[in-house]
Design a protein around this ligand. Sequence first.
Ligand code: NDP
Ligand code: 2IT
Length: 446
Amino acid sequence: MSYVDEVYDLVVAKNPAQPEFHQAVKEVLESLRVVIEANEEKYRKDALLERIVTPERQLLFRVPWVDDKGQVQVNNGFRVQFNSAIGPYKGGLRLHPSVNLGIIKFLGFEQIFKNSLTGLPIGGGKGGSDFDPKGKSDREVMAFCQSFITELYKYIGADTDVPAGDIGTGAREIGYMYGQYKRLTGLYEGVLTGKGLSYGGSLARTEATGYGLLYLTAEMLKCNGKDIKDKTIVISGAGNVAIYAIQKAWQLGGKPVTCSDSTGWVYDPEGIDVALLKEIKEVKRGRLTEYVQARPGAQYHEAGSSKVWSVKCDIALPCATQNELDLEDARALVANGCFAVAEGANMPTTMEATEYFQANGVLFCPGKAANAGGVATSALEMSQNSERLSWTFEEVDARLQGIMVNIFHNLDEAAKKFGCEGNYVAGANIAGFLKVAEAMTAQGVV
Ligand code: NDP
Ligand code: 2IT
C-alpha cells in the first residue's frame, strides 16, 4: 500500500467520528501523492506524514459561566496547537454550537498549509467552543469569554500561540478575551489579533479576508484571460468574510447579488446594498428578513428550501461554512454558466463538488489560498504589535494585495511544476506542504 493511503487509513482509525478532519486530510494527502511518491523512502523513514497529521498538542477544557438568570452554564473549550514548524501557532477561535474536536482539528490542519502559503512565519492552530453567542447579552458573552481565557491564557502568548476571530468571534469577543488575558498576566502584548484599533488592532484586519478573497480571485481571472468587471457574483454568508467580499466585489466592478445566513438567503437583482447589510449584521446583529423589508426589489428564501447556488452567475464565492456547496449545487452552477469559484470559507465545497468543478473547466481556488488574507493580515498585526507601531490602512491593504497575488502565483507554479497545471487545489497543498516539510525535516524528530 502506498505511504499516502497508509497514513490516511491511520488517521481514520485513530480519529474516529471526525468526518471533517478526515475530509481535510484526504484532500491534502491526495494532492501530495506525486510529491510523496518521489521521496517516499525518506518521508516514510522520518514519519513525516504521521507527524504532520498529528497535532503537537490538543487542549480540551471546561468553560463554566453564569447566565443572566443566575444559572450556571457549561461549555466545552478547545485549542489545537497543530504545527509550529514555521512559527508560533496561529489561527482563529470558532464559537458555534456545532463545534467539536473534529471540526477544530480540520480547521487547524487546514491552517498549517494556509499559513505557510502566506509566506509569513506562522504555524497552524485553531480553537473555539460550542458556545453560541447568538441571542446572548453582552454581559453573558463577556462572562463566557473571561472564563474561556481564564483557562486558555496559560497556553497562549505573543511568541507561542496567537488566536483570533472566526465564526461567532468578532471584535467584541476578542476585546473581552484580550482584557482578561491582560488582567491575568499583566502583559500588554500581541497575544490575540483582530483587536480593536484603540488597543493594538491593525487597520484593514476587519476587511482583510473578504478583500483578500477578491484580490486573489481577480489575479486568478487575469491569469486566465478573464476579468471581474460586470460579472454577476453569488456569495453565501453574511458575516465578516461575506460582507467585505461583497464590498470589494463592487469596488472591482463586479455585481454581488446574494448573501445568506443560517435562517435564509437574499437575492437582490440590483446587487447587495452593503451599507444596509452592515447595519443589519454589524450593528443590530439582526436577521436577513430585515434586508428585504428595506429593499422591496429583493427576494428572501428560507434556508432548507433552496440555496444561493441556484442563482445564475459568473462567479461563486462560498463564505459561510464547511460543506455548504455540494455536488448538486455544483451541477446547478455549471449549468448556469459559472466559470470561477473561490472559497472564502474553510472547506465550503465538498470533495465531489470540487471534482465536478475541475472536471468541467471551472477555475477553482481552495480556501487555504483564497481566504488566507485574514490570517496574513493577522500576521501583519503581530508585526505592528512587536514594533509598537501602527501602519496606515493603505500600507496594510497594499501588503495584503501583494501577498494574495503572490499566493496565487506560488500555487499556480507549484501546479505546473508537479504536472497538474490549472489544478489550484493540488498547487496550494503542494506549495503549502513543501515549506513546512522542509522546516520539520531541518528541525529533526520533534
Ligand atoms: P461570521 O460569524 O462573521 O459569519 C458567518 C456567516 O456564515 C453568518 O452569516 C452565519 O449565519 C453563516 N453560517 C455560519 N455557520 C453556518 C451554518 N452552519 N449554516 C448556515 N450558515 C452558517 O464568520 P466569518 O465570516 O468570520 O467566517 C465565515 C467562514 O470564513 C468560516 O468558514 C471561517 O472559518 C472562514 N474564515 C474566516 C476568516 C476571518 O478572518 N474571519 C478567515 C478565513 C476564513 P448565522 O449568523 O445565521 O449563523
Ligand atoms: O480561518 C482563518 O484563517 C481565520 N479564521 C483567521 C485566523 C487568524 O489568525 O487571523
